[in-house]
Design a protein around this ligand. Structure first.
Ligand SMILES: *Cc1c(COP(=O)(O)O)cnc(C)c1O
Length: 355
């Protein structure tokens, strides 16, 4: 029988590599922008109490009304905006892209950026166009305008701050893209807790703007909750692609609980921002390193030589960071951990640089 896999599976899927998550058991895990802090014991006890009566025998509220109401209040969502929830922002990206996936439709983003935009575009049968950032990682506005004119993207993704570079783009560059884009512009504010800047209050000014956030980087990566904010006309279309009970009972209860304790999440984010400054200064003092300032909970830096040997030496010291050698030669990305974890990382990096 001729190869049934090649006959049935689409060539672009066969060419993909599954999203790889390295094993991290026993390692200081500084590769995935997780918040290193658990909740204080009394808060954890109150959360378990809230979970005790969660009706696991029932399907979840398909509209997650209670959780959405808390989100609106806690995040000061503008009154005219609608809210759509996803099983992580990854699922929201998937809903948006499936909704626009006509043959030949294009998704565009400045690169390097969050890899899921391209991966989900490919899975949805869309064409991905990446427009390189300027050498200082700002938006190359003329190049973006040319690419948008040529490819007429259905959706443009702008990660704000960007991953893996860590920077916010300028207001004027962002607004130029919003004004000139022929289709939707998704501003992905996954790192909002560490950046403090947002386009949420600009939803009324741009009718093609969608703002996306996630609880993942704020300490709830295990929960999987992403949020999309935008005009009801857009969100009611995306909502048709949502699988009925995508936000499970435990997530609905736990996220609502977390929103009632935002002061603790904010306190953790403040500690992480302070540590970010300390790690930035320590890295900047190491000879030969190029370190980029960050508005997120990670720092990108370039080594004087190849990244892979240093990445491996860090692993030998039981420290896991992200090796970006394939996208940004010589670069590693470190997530900000606890002060103790950051010290272990800095202590392991020094000898790795001279070895
Ligand atoms: C980490 C990250 C996300 C988070 O995705 P979830 O599916 O919500 O965990 C989204 N966007 C960017 C740019 C990220 O770096």
């Amino acid at each position: 029988m001729p190869d049934p896999i090649g006959r049935l599976i689409r060539p672009e899927i066969r060419a993909l590599k599954a999203y790889h998550v390295p094993a991290a058991t026993g390692l200081v895990k500084l590769d995935a922008m997780e918040n290193p802090y658990a909740w204080p014991a009394p808060m954890k006890a109150a959360w378990l109490e809230a979970l005790r009566d969660a009706p696991l025998n029932r399907y979840p509220d398909p509209e997650a009304r209670e959780l959405k109401a808390r989100l609106r209040q806690a995040l000061a969502v503008p009154a005219g905006a609608e809210v759509l929830l996803g099983n992580g922002s990854d699922e929201l990206i998937q809903m948006i892209l499936l909704a626009v996936a006509r043959p030949q439709a294009v998704v565009l983003a400045p690169t390097p950026t969050f890899v899921m935009y391209e991966m989900i575009a490919t899975i949805a049968g869309l064409r991905f166009v990446g427009v390189p950032l300027a050498p200082d990682f700002t938006l190359d506005v003329p190049a973006l305008l040319r690419a948008m004119a040529e490819h007429q993207p259905a959706v443009v993704f702008l990660a704000y701050p960007n991953n893996p570079t860590g920077n916010l783009f300028s207001d004027s560059a962002m607004e130029t893209i919003l004004r000139e884009a022929p289709g939707l512009v998704v501003v992905d504010e996954a790192y909002h807790a560490f950046a403090g800047k947002s386009f949420l209050d600009r939803l009324d000014r741009f009718d093609n703007l969608l703002v996306m956030r996630t609880m993942s980087k704020q300490g709830l990566a295990g929960l999987r909750l992403g949020m999309l904010f935008g005009r009801p006309e857009w969100l009611s279309e995306f909502d048709k692609l949502r699988l009925p009970y995508n936000i499970n009972v435990l997530t609905q209860v736990s996220a609502a609980f977390a929103l009632d304790h935002l002061e603790e999440l904010d306190r953790q984010a403040t500690v992480i921002r302070t540590e970010r400054q300390r790690v930035f200064s320590a890295l900047s003092a190491m000879p030969g390193l190029k370190v980029w300032p960050s508005d997120a909970n990670f720092i990108l830096f370039r080594l004087p030589g190849a990244a892979t040997p240093v990445h491996e030496q860090l692993l030998g010291a039981r420290v896991l960071v992200k090796n970006l050698d394939g996208t940004l030669p010589g670069c590693l990305r470190v997530t900000i951990g606890t002060p103790e974890e950051n010290d272990i990382f800095l202590g392991a990096l020094k000898p790795a640089l001279t070895a």
